[in-house]
Write a protein that binds this ligand. Structure first.
Ligand SMILES: Cc1cc2nc3c(=O)[nH]c(=O)nc-3n(C[C@H](O)[C@H](O)[C@H](O)COP(=O)(O)OP(=O)(O)OC[C@H]3O[C@@H](n4cnc5c(N)ncnc54)[C@H](O)[C@@H]3O)c2cc1C
Length: 394
């Protein structure tokens, strides 16, 4: 079969790949998108509970985890949240803002996929779905062997995403290809993911499953103040998902269950005010009763009147309230992770174009790159921004 020839082939019809293809197509490039899934934008469709948290009001490089968060500056400046909102406006997609500046579709994530498909259609972009991509050779031009036959292309864009949720098509294709072309790939780990715990913490968390509290969760200097949810597997909720992107295996996270209160001073004050009350009853003034009981038990003070509890023991309890430091055993893994930490080393890419410095025709965009956004629409914004700048450069 003689290969058909293209200006640009984009591997991956996800958020970044569709944006890039649409932009390159609108600039007159002959673009072909390949994806092994049978429909484009599967992750967009399942995102944000079906409403796609497509960006955030507060997009800054600090909201990205990367060996070099500054790498994102140029792309985010050139195509930021308002640029994406302009595109949505042209397609008459209604949206609303939720807490922490998160923007969601009013109706459905499917509108975003349709918008990107329409933009691709306007640019004459070709699309091959259910297409397995095999060997890639050359260095501009590239030869791409696929289950739909071979294709030749002047430029190749890798937009195959991260490793999270293999069920919807995630694969390590982009990382493997980067390594083959001599680019670095930083250490990969599930991100935005619930954390799991060994016994006895695990058993205690299971007993508390369903309880959610407003807490501050830290790892090193990074701190998130949001809900923590106890589950049958450990801890989840936005604060835990956020900190999971920073957590390193073997280390403890710090949880402040009473972030607005200095617990020791408060316990000492309650000791004077209600000396006959049981310690767990006092703690339950501020925390759900089952959680109050569990933290009191962990301090060895269950069933003890607070008036007869030495302040040294209250100090231990206070530490377990203001600075509880459980050590996660691991995470729920790529099966449930919303993102992947790590990816193609940004040191090997141009931040202006997303092309590999050593291979000017080879581009990496979206989550395949070592750029992981916080929870709240940042990962999609990175996909739009990196896809747009690559599309402009092709
Ligand atoms: C459940 C869930 C909810 C999420 N919700 C949000 C949210 O609300 N807001 C937010 O900002 N982020 C969210 N994310 C993260 C966001 O979906 C991703 O960061 C984003 O989709 C990354 O875009 P991408 O184009 O790089 O990769 P993807 O969108 O994952 O696209 C990659 C594409 O490449 C294809 N592909 C992979 N391997 C191959 C291969 N070997 N051959 C051919 N094709 C291949 C895949 O089929 C896929 O179509 C969520 C993630 C999950 C899992």
């Amino acid at each position: 079969m003689s290969p058909s020839s293209w200006d640009v082939i984009v591997i991956g019809a996800g958020a970044a790949g569709l944006m890039c293809a649409a932009v390159a197509g609108s600039r007159g490039r002959r673009v072909l998108v390949l994806d092994h899934n049978d429909e484009p934008g599967r992750k967009i469709l399942i995102s944000g509970g079906g409403r796609c948290n497509f960006t955030n009001r507060e997009v800054t490089p600090e909201r990205f985890v990367s060996a070099n968060p500054r790498f994102t500056t140029s792309a985010l400046k050139r195509f930021g949240p308002t640029d994406f909102l302009d595109m949505m406006k042209r397609h008459r997609i209604a949206w609303h803002e939720r807490e922490h500046g998160q923007l969601f579709c009013d109706d459905s994530a499917a509108q975003i996929v349709r918008m990107l498909q329409d933009e691709c259609g306007a640019g004459g972009v070709g699309m091959r779905l259910s297409c397995r991509v095999g060997t890639i050779s050359g260095d501009g031009p590239f030869r791409v062997e696929t289950s739909h036959g071979p294709f030749d292309t002047a430029a190749l864009v890798v937009a195959t995403g991260g490793l999270s949720v293999p069920k919807v098509g995630a694969s390590g294709f982009g990382h493997a290809l980067a390594r083959r072309y001599g680019l670095g790939v930083t250490e990969l780990a599930p991100a935005l993911v619930p954390l799991t715990f060994a016994e006895p913490d695990g058993a205690m968390m299971r007993d508390l499953a369903g309880i959610a509290v407003d807490a501050a969760v830290s790892f090193g200097k990074t701190r998130f103040r949001e809900a923590v949810l106890f589950t049958h597997r450990g801890l989840s909720g936005p604060a835990i998902l956020q900190i999971s992107s920073y957590w390193r295996s073997g280390a403890a996270i710090a949880i402040n269950l009473l972030p607005d209160l200095e617990a020791l001073a408060w316990l000492v004050e309650r000791k004077a005010a209600r000396p006959n009350a049981m310690v767990e009853t006092i703690v339950a003034e501020l925390l759900p009763a089952r959680l109050a009981r569990a933290r009191t038990e962990a301090a060895g003070l269950l069933g003890k009147p607070i008036g007869q509890t030495p302040n040294a023991a209250l100090k231990t309890l206070a530490a377990g309230l203001n600075a509880w430091a459980p050590i996660p055993m691991g995470s729920e893994g790529y099966r449930t992770a919303e993102a992947t930490r790590g990816g193609v080393d940004t040191a090997d890419l141009s931040s202006k174009t997303m092309a590999a410095k050593a291979h000017p025709g080879l581009y990496f965009i979206g989550e395949a790159v070592d750029v992981t956004g916080w929870l709240g629409g940042f990962n999609f914004q990175w996909a739009w921004s990196s896809g747009w700048v690559a599309g402009q450069s092709l």
